[in-house]
Design a protein around this ligand. Structure first.
Ligand SMILES: [Zn+2]
Length: 1013
């Protein structure tokens, strides 16, 4: 799934324990699959005192403790004598699992709901059985929310066992039975439920033989959920103003188990067959096409039955009951592509349909494996927690990520649609066809889909410069987050659902994409493509881990005569948190470049990740690329293989620019002479450096103004704010989107940081001197290339924020004629017009936007209204708007985060938003259910404007006794960020203020184009 907005993270650690050991037993992990093709095995059990488990292959020894009699019946385990050399857990991982146990077993014995001990302590399932086939029958009632389900699972036994443990969450299981392959019943003598691990235990009165097949049947009941995961209810208002309901699913990562009992781990793939009851006004969708539909005798119901799926993971299963319309076409390979939407929105579905089939055709060729299903549906869901979800053959989207109306939707929103479609379609290969073995390698799915989304969107829209936009969309946000101590390695151990949820974050998505882009930069697209094809082909319908990808790429690069240790290189980027700062100096044609981890941090802190990463020592294999004054168009590359380098260039070289096009995931700092020389290039001959290189200089220098630490012993210290400001002066001549987007992001961040200081006005005045020349040339006509349109929208809004009276008047005038005469506003001007109209408008203006928000059937328009309404300067309206977030009939839960974030960005709203979140914390967390990453995102959104010790104290005090669940890491990042803001002031406020005074006294600041103020 793509990131919805800002994703959060956490580290969830259960209380420490002294009584229980959860031990991993790695079996047959040497690469040769056992008879069922199952590569590995894992056992875990608990016991007060101690349990030792060792390699099953060696089948050594036994320790028995009286207590474990029940477990001995339940699970056949290899025991070990104390002192057996194999008895120590050596840290061999099972699929996707780290060497580092992360979740301690519970501090009290697992207790089932009936009070009995639950004989399985591990949050992961045992490997004794695996599913082959699910036959699911569901009868959801959209009025009463009641769901009746029946299910038959064909299982095979990997090892002898007398128990089956399966996932189930909030299911009321009423009947269960087990039969062997001859149909003979096997008695289930015990049925236990352990809600904490969302597991069901079926104890049997006989041993299931290794390699045999069995059939497990279960009947269960549940309800359509209110939260946005599992099998849940959503609704929309149709063209006649009537409320219509739809029942839909979102299972990734661990919610399939709340819709039906299942083995809910990504490597436990199986085939799925579904039948579902519905009434006559609805139809149903599943991953596969419908096979039959028959009326149910004695009722007005129908039973829809679907074709059997291919082998796939549980989290990719999807089914929907709705009354939508559709548009469809066919790909070159005759795959039926359909876009489904509410009838009053179906006219906004054609763009998605066109590009989806185009991209699907392209991916067929690019990956060299044809899309394997007969159909691909894309459907807009009115209430949707993420941005979209790649369910195989039935992709679900937020409305704003799928609907496009050319007269109303901005270029930014259109790009969002194209990117979301390209992302989810890439998952049909990366994630669906080949799935990560375990969630620890989530980045394999998400990093690749995030990398491919720019390529796919570029194919659909060649004029959009999607590949150029990669650095601002992926690289910059990833570098920003990954510079915090509270970051984490891309490959990171996770076990329980909350931990899994927490890694759907910027690191997995954007850093993942960035390091693949870096890999591509040194092996080339052709070799990358060939390696991907090999990887997909070797693991199709199966699972893979990060090393499998490196192996495929190594095979390919070797074949082409390139001796690269891909795994060795990439391990430094996936197994360590953070990235290096490369410090460069040039003297008389001699260049030295040294590397050390870059951390924006307080002084004297230690890295909490340190113990995990000691073997690599925070050194990286860095592909160091550069251009010089003597050779500005041809880049040269040197490898920094965990080391520093020095090399010679022409003696008369005036400047060197390192990390060409910012393809490498690292930052660069120069000595003072280096920065001055590059600044000189920008001021005198801007086109010598590409827009990407200009953007990378801005991004690096503004970031380096933060207090940071590296382990470079002789490092000269932070870069002064004046170096960044001096460099920013060239922006008066800048005309390109990528550098402007980067610069405005940093400049307005500084504005927010100094909100309470006199320098605040000076800073806005300064930004205005940069923006104004461009404002005057770019104008108010919504024309030009895609990037020009994106840029116009940002420059106009910057001008308004800087108080440019011409811009404010123009926006107000357009707002007023829209309000009173319904005059249309060009799509790319709407954001600035609506926001300015509300900011400088009346209560009636605000209410008009609220009315448009409620009545519009154009999702992108609704999104603009949500943002605009947060711009109000009226405290009462602001308060009312915030309170609407507690009422799902006013603001849909999926949009609460947007409102809180936008209000927090408004200087007049930040304290109200923070107060609101504190006051209604439990209600808000209830809104998002148990393990949503949204709570972390909310914490970040409302606390990110804070810059003082007082604010820090308040945030710390509030969260001291609050269980933030999956928001734990996001909270750590938020607190770290506030502390860094405080430090930023200490380091920079004085020099910033005096630079601004000095500079502005030289340049007459006249507000308003045409001096109309
Ligand atoms: Zn994704």
């Amino acid at each position: 799934m793509p990131e919805s907005t800002v994703l959060s993270e956490l580290t969830h650690v259960d209380p420490p324990t002294t009584n229980y050991n959860t031990l991993k037993n790695e079996e047959e992990n040497s690469g040769s699959p056992n008879e069922s093709g199952f590569m590995v095995n894992k056992r875990a059990m608990y016991e007060p005192g101690a349990v030792m488990v060792c390699s099953q292959k060696r089948a050594c020894c036994v320790v028995t403790l009286g207590f474990i009699a029940i477990i001995t019946i339940a699970l056949i385990v290899a025991f070990t004598k104390p002192g057996c050399p194999e008895a120590t857990y050596t840290g061999e991982p099972f699929p996707g699992q780290s060497n580092h146990p992360t979740v301690s077993p519970p501090s009290t014995p697992p207790t089932a709901t009936n009070g009995e001990e639950f004989p399985w302590a591990d949050v992961r399932l045992p490997f004794h059985v695996r599913p082959l086939h699910y036959d699911i029958s569901l009868h959801p009632n959209l009025t009463t929310r009641h769901v009746q389900g029946e299910m038959t699972i064909k299982l095979t036994t990997i090892e002898e066992t007398t128990a089956i443990i399966i996932h189930g969450h909030e299911l009321n299981v009423s009947q269960y039975s087990l039969k062997n392959k001859y149909g003979k019943p096997i008695e289930i003598i015990k049925f236990l439920i352990y809600p904490r691990h969302q597991q069901l235990y079926l104890g049997l009165d006989e041993i299931l033989r290794r390699g045999s097949n069995y059939t497990l049947k279960m009947s269960f009941e549940t309800t359509l959920k209110e939260e946005l995961d599992g099998f849940y209810l959503s609704s929309y208002i149709n063209g006649d103003g009537e409320k219509r309901y739809i029942a839909t699913t979102h299972f990734e990562p661990t919610s399939a188990r709340s819709a039906f009992p299942c083995f809910d781990e990504p490597h436990l793939k199986a085939k799925f067959h579904l039948s579902i009851y519905r009434d006559s006004q609805h139809f149903t969708l599943f991953n596969m096409p419908q096979q039959t539909t028959v009326p149910v005798e004695g009722s007005d119901l129908f039973l829809d039955e679907f074709q059997e799926s291919v082998e796939m993971s549980t989290y990719l299963v999807a089914f929907i009951v709705c009354d939508y319309d559709l548009v469809y076409n066919f790909t070159e390979h005759n795959v039926k592509v359909s876009v489904y939407a509410p009838p009053n929105m179906i006219n906004q579905a054609n763009y998605s349909l066109r590009i989806a089939s185009h991209i699907l055709d392209y991916y067929d060729k690019f990956f060299g494996v044809a899309y394997p299903l007969p159909k691909q549906d894309l459907i807009a869901i009115p209430d949707f927690g993420a941005g979209a979800m790649e369910n195989w053959g039935l992709i679900t989207y937020r409305e704003t990520a799928l609907m496009f109306d050319k007269n109303n939707t901005s270029s930014r929103s259109q790009q969002r649609v194209a990117v979301a479609i390209a992302h989810e379609l890439a998952h049909q290969w990366f994630g669906n066809l080949v799935t990560m073995s375990w969630w620890s390698d989530l980045w394999l799915n998400e990093g690749f889909a995030s990398f491919m989304e720019n390529i796919g969107a570029a194919v659909a829209e060649p004029g959009w410069a999607m590949e150029e936009q990669f650095i601002v969309e992926k690289m910059h946000p990833a570098l920003s987050l990954d510079a915090l101590l509270a970051s984490h390695p891309i490959s990171t151990p996770v076990t329980d659902p909350a931990q899994i949820e927490s890694i759907f974050d910027t690191i997995s998505y954007k850093k993942g994409a960035s390091i693949i882009s870096m890999l591509e930069s040194f092996i080339g697209r052709n070799m990358l493509q060939e390696g991907l094809r090999l990887y997909l082909d070797s693991h199709r319908y199966g699972n893979a881990a990060t090393d499998d990808l490196w192996e495929a790429l190594t095979t390919v690069t070797k074949k082409h005569g390139k001796e690269l240790d891909i795994k060795g290189i990439m391990d430094t980027w996936t197994l360590q948190a953070g990235f290096p700062l490369i410090s460069v100096s040039l003297q008389d044609g001699h260049v030295t470049a040294s590397q050390a981890r870059f951390l924006v941090c307080e002084e004297n802190v230690t890295d909490p990740n340190e113990p995990l990463n000691t073997t690599l020592g925070y050194r990286w294999h860095v592909p160091l690329t550069y251009i010089t004054s003597g050779n500005p168009h041809n880049q040269t590359m040197h490898w920094m293989n965990l080391t520093d380098v020095d090399f010679d260039v022409a003696r008369d070289t005036k400047w060197i620019k390192v990390n060409v096009g910012q393809r490498g995931f690292y930052r660069v700092s120069y000595d003072m002479a280096g920065w001055e020389a590059l600044n000189n290039v920008l001021q005198t001959n801007i086109d010598t450096l590409s827009p990407a290189d200009r953007a990378s200089l801005i991004d690096d220098v503004f970031t380096l103004v933060n207090p940071f630490c590296t382990t470079i012993q002789n490092w000269a210290g932070t870069v002064s704010a004046t170096v960044a400001l001096d460099l920013s002066l060239y922006l008066k001549k800048e005309t390109k989107y990528i550098p402007w987007h980067t610069a405005l992001g940093h400049l307005f961040k500084w504005v927010r940081l100094i909100f309470n200081y006199p320098a605040h006005t000076l800073m806005l005045d300064y930004i205005h001197t940069l923006v104004r020349p461009h404002y005057e040339t770019i104008g108010w006509n919504d024309t030009g290339t895609h990037l020009e349109r994106l840029l116009r929208s940002e420059v106009l809004w910057a001008a308004v924020q800087c108080g440019n009276s011409h811009a404010i008047q123009e926006a107000q005038q357009r707002f007023s004629s829209w309000r009173t005469n319904n005059d249309s506003i060009p799509p790319n001007l709407r954001s600035v017009v609506y926001s300015t109209g509300v900011r400088y408008g009346t209560e009636e203006d605000w209410r008009h936007c609220w009315q448009v928000y409620n009545s519009s059937s154009i999702p992108s328009e609704k999104g603009l209204m949500l943002k605009a309404m947060a711009q109000t300067r009226d405290p009462w309206l602001m308060q009312q708007y915030l309170e609407y977030t507690l009422d799902a009939t006013k603001i849909r839960p999926q949009d609460v985060m947007t409102v809180l974030k936008q209000v927090s960005k408004n200087p007049g709203g930040r304290l109200s938003a923070w107060r609101m979140v504190r006051q209604h914390w439990s209600q808000i967390s209830q809104l998002f259910g148990h393990g949503s990453f949204t709570m972390g995102a909310i914490i970040k959104a409302v606390t990110s404007p804070f810059t003082s010790s007082f604010d820090l104290g308040e945030v710390e005090a509030f969260f001291k006794d609050v269980d933030v669940g999956p928001g734990e890491r996001a909270l750590a990042q938020a607190l770290e960020t506030i502390r860094l803001h405080i430090q930023w002031h200490e380091h920079n406020l004085d020099s910033l203020t005096s630079w601004l005074h000095q500079h502005l006294s030289h340049s007459q600041t006249v507000k308003g184009s045409g001096d109309s103020a």
